[in-house]
Design a protein around this ligand. Structure first.
Ligand code: HEM
Length: 158
């Protein structure tokens, strides 16, 4: 009788333990899934257009500047210039939260971006015409414009 009672108590204890372990596991799992869902959501958050466009401009300009070392501009330069122009136009119509309501600042920002875009359009034509020395000069000017824009809008170039 005592044996059966002990066996019964042990069985109940085991079931309780298993239930507890199972439910804790589920909670941990649910927590993980929750975090995972958050991560997925974060990854697919609304794109930060200004940031993304500047990154595209940066990567395109990097390869153009590499070609400018020996003036080896070609069709791939045209592709990179095109990428830059499109990204610049997108970036131009975005604005940082910190100056979105400051009209003078918006004007200053768009003027700098428009000037950079004009330079890129001239660069495209110079590449098409094969005026490589002019292209190299424009690359230098565009680099100075970038530095100026970044310093006026407090962007770290590092
Ligand atoms: C050749 C022209 C330019 C290039 C290649 C360029 C490239 C870049 C790059 C690589 C970044 C860093 C993006 C990152 O955080 O990973 C950046 C950020 C930024 N640039 Fe430019 N930029 C150019 C011109 C300009 C001009 C003319 C302005 C101002 C009118 C400007 C304003 C900014 C701002 C405000 C940011 C911070 C964006 C953010 O991440 O929120 N840029 N740019």
């Amino acid at each position: 009788m005592t044996r059966r009672l002990t066996f019964g108590i042990l069985t109940v204890a085991m079931i309780t333990c298993l239930t507890l372990i199972f439910s804790t596991n589920q909670t941990v799992h649910a927590g993980k899934k929750h975090t995972h869902e958050h991560t997925e959501k974060d990854r697919h958050h609304e794109p930060d257009l200004l940031h993304d466009s500047m990154e595209t401009m940066g990567s395109a300009f990097k390869s153009i500047r590499r070609q400018a070392r020996d003036n080896s501009f070609d069709d791939s330069t045209l592709k990179q210039i095109q990428r830059m122009q499109t990204a610049t136009l997108i970036a131009m119509h975005e604005s940082c939260d910190d100056f979105a309501n400051d009209k003078q600042r918006v004007i200053e920002y768009r003027t700098l971006m428009a000037n950079a875009l004009k330079k890129m359009l001239d660069m495209e034509l110079a590449v098409l015409k094969g005026n490589n020395d002019d292209v190299a000069q424009m690359v230098r000017e565009l680099h100075a414009m970038m530095k100026d824009g970044h310093s006026k809008f407090e962007v770290d170039d590092d």
